[in-house]
Design a protein around this ligand. Structure first.
Ligand SMILES: [Zn+2]
Length: 701
């Protein structure tokens, strides 16, 4: 029953909602609940909440909530009438009983006599009436659940319903489709005001199944979990059916035939949607991308009317915190004309930021000038001929933005297909976007130093590469683990995070490197830091060594670095936001060991390579640095090698590994830390950092 929200994808546009109620599943969850002391009603509440949360046509990423009214025992053992409501920000698809918080119902209902109440006061009263004082905050829409009298209440932002109600004559269309089964509540901002309007609408019209919340969503209710849930399904199906019967086809724009692929387009888009840090020279605020190019998305971005339709606004207010009110629309990217595309994209991104600043200034002034402006970067970019990108400070945020953008595209195109899409005003959007309770859903995450950056590490299946990928991920970067051994890269990536991407890459093969970097650009939008680490040691006395061995070593230990750096620089130049190339050159680059020429000579060339990149690309903000490390337990220095070498020198393994000025063993983590420092040192390029515990013969001079 566990569904990772990360893997969820929207279903195709033609599918319709269906009830997912299965008696056997419901009973098994109820039995599971009973075994751990959870009442049947709450267990079934969990069951149908998951059903709603797992259908992206109904609920996306926190957009929706459900409740149950039941008697509970408080901490003193006394019975109380309580409202179990979804906690703010919890994901309905994966919710358990602990995703619901119980609030005393009667004190909440008394609030109805108030004309209005401030957010802070309301949250304070809610918290004071929690059955469990340590519980999370209830959903921002809790009061609506409290005021309505029904035992089970379901609320969603179902896309088909939004297409129907986001219309100039939305109320009329609702009457036509739902009759008296649903009451109608004209738009008010979510929260206390909406809750009051909703109960008034219910008492006035006594609808049998629920309420439509104008320009926002739908509520259904029932005596049982199944009744409320299946009423939701039935109402959404009615909306879908109406749309299917009334839809008119949209005109398609004339687009060039040779559209460039997402791997070429993404770095240009990503660069244009970055912001220079005003206080720290060389630093950028960057975003990570998620591409979507399915048929429904392409139909939307290829519409003749895209420039108008795309700028009309969100389909439901809480989407603004993920997507902003408008997407950025760029021209169709024609192969061979990407310089023009880049220029136009940067220009339009600039216009987007200007518009966002103006929007903020105007509405911040209206509301007392107390808000802090969010960054002015787009969260959705529409690319005619290709598809759309979701953008976020992390891959996960980018995926959420893309999921919501897909639902938005479907909602808007269906609304236009049956009439004219019309949504809430810009002022209403601002009030939601800058509503502290909405922003709280995003959490007050501390920004890590590499947030928004993409780091690729070669040889990431090995000890140093894996430690480096882990270290960069812990510093906030999205990481790509490249290795010739895909299963080793997979294993390391899986241990890091759900978004760490393993990619097969043989750095001795130019085609393999190109393919790998195309994958990186398509998956994350580009790359900012590349740690060129893959290497292997060959030995031989230089005057006698077989030339073939030298060639092999140069292919991996020199050309491998060159191929990787060259592929990375192409992407970094397309982004135009600088970048960082880091090389593992080993101590051999400066302090050759006897009979290690085949390894040390290409490593010395790799050191020269690093300096050349620093020289040739400094003006583009691309830095190049190297780490010169020695005697690290890894694939190059295995347990057996350590045993035989220490024995040969008459040393214990510990003394052998710590055979340096400091007498300390150097680890893969130490090397990873050195790479991280180099990535963070924005004013350092052409530098070599020595990580060897002190070896005066290998000291840089
Ligand atoms: Zn809502």
């Amino acid at each position: 029953m566990v569904v990772a929200p990360f893997c969820r994808r929207l279903k195709g546009g033609s599918q319709t909602v269906k009830s997912g109620w299965v008696d056997r599943d419901a009973e098994s969850l109820a039995a599971e609940g009973a075994a751990s002391g959870i009442g049947r009603d709450l267990a079934l509440r969990v069951f149908t909440t998951r059903l709603l949360g797992r259908d992206p046509k109904l609920v996306l990423h926190g957009g929706g909530n459900t409740s149950l009214k039941a008697r509970v025992r408080d901490r003193l053992g006394e019975e109380a009438e309580a409202l179990w409501v979804k906690s703010s920000g919890s994901d309905m698809a994966e919710i358990g009983a602990d995703g619901f918080v119980a609030v005393r119902l009667e004190p909440m209902r008394k609030l109805r006599t108030l004309e209005s109440i401030g957010d802070e006061d309301l949250v304070a009263i809610e918290r004071a009436n929690l059955i469990d004082p340590k519980a999370a905050n209830p959903s921002v829409e809790m009061m609506l659940h409290a005021f309505l009298p029904h035992k089970f209440i379901d609320h969603t932002h179902a896309t088909a319903v939004l297409s129907l109600i986001d219309q100039p004559d939305g109320e009329k269309k609702c009457e036509e489709v739902f009759g008296r089964r649903l009451g109608f509540v004209p738009y008010v901002m979510p929260g206390f005001g909406l809750a009051k309007k909703a109960i008034e609408a219910f008492e006035r019209g006594k609808p049998s199944d629920g309420l439509v919340l104008g320009r926002h969503g739908i509520v259904t209710f029932g005596d049982t979990a199944r009744e409320a849930y299946e009423r939701m399904i039935a109402m959404v199906a009615l909306a879908e059916d109406f749309i299917a019967r009334h839809r008119k086809a949209a005109a398609v724009a004339a687009l060039p035939h040779n559209i460039a692929g997402e791997a070429l387009v993404a770095p240009i888009v990503r660069g244009a949607c970055s912001e220079k840090n005003a206080t720290l020279e060389g630093a950028w605020r960057r975003l990570v991308l998620e591409f979507r190019g399915g048929e429904a998305v392409r139909n939307f971005v290829n519409a003749k009317d895209l420039r108008r339709v795309s700028q009309l606004g969100v389909i439901t207010p809480d989407h603004t915190i993920r997507t902003k009110n408008w997407p950025l629309v760029v021209p169709a990217p024609e192969r061979g004309k990407l310089t023009d595309f880049a220029r136009a994209t940067r220009e339009r991104a600039g216009q987007f930021a200007t518009r966002y600043h103006a929007y903020f200034a105007q509405h911040n002034k209206r509301t007392g000038g107390i808000k802090n402006e969010l960054d002015p970067l787009p969260r959705v970019v529409l690319v005619p001929g290709l598809g759309l990108f979701g953008l976020g400070r992390s891959k996960q945020d980018a995926v959420i933005a893309a999921d919501i953008a897909e639902a938005w595209a479907e909602g808007v195109s269906d609304a236009e297909a049956i009439g004219r899409f019309e949504t809430i005003s810009e002022a209403d959007v601002f009030d939601c976007e800058y509503w502290p309770l909405e922003q709280a859903k995003l959490g007050r995450r501390k920004e890590l130093p590499l947030a928004g950056q993409v780091a690729a590490v070669t040889g990431a299946g090995g000890a140093i590469g894996a430690a480096t990928a882990r270290t960069f991920a812990a510093a906030g970067a999205e990481v790509v683990l490249l290795d010739v051994n895909l299963s080793a890269a997979r294993e390391q990536a899986a241990a890091i995070s759900a978004t760490a991407l393993p990619v097969e890459c043989d750095v001795t093969d130019a085609g393999s490197v190109t393919t790998a970097f195309d994958k990186i650009a398509a998956a994350f939008g580009g790359v900012d830091i590349v740690v060129s680490n893959a290497g292997a040691a060959w030995q031989g006395r230089i005057g006698e060594v077989d030339e073939d061995i030298l060639h092999k070593s140069f292919e991996l230990n020199f050309y491998g670095h060159q191929r990787v750096a060259q592929a990375a620089v192409q992407i970094m130049l397309a982004q135009g936001t600088g970048g960082c190339l880091l090389f593992n050159v080993s101590k051999q680059a400066v302090n050759p060991g006897p009979n290690f020429g085949p390894y040390g000579i290409p490593k010395a060339a790799a050191l020269a390579l690093m300096r050349q990149y620093a020289l040739d690309y400094g003006a583009d903000g691309i830095r190049a640095n190297a780490v010169n490390a020695d005697r690290i337990r890894s694939g190059l220095l295995t347990k057996d090698m350590i045993a035989s070498r220490s024995k040969a020198r008459g040393l214990s393994e510990k003394d052998y590994m710590g055979g340096n000025l400091l007498g300390r063993e150097v680890t893969a983590e130490d090397v990873a830390q050195a790479f991280l420092h180099q990535a963070l040192e924005l004013k350092t390029t052409a530098d070599v950092t020595t990580v060897d515990g002190g070896n005066i013969a290998a000291a840089m001079r």
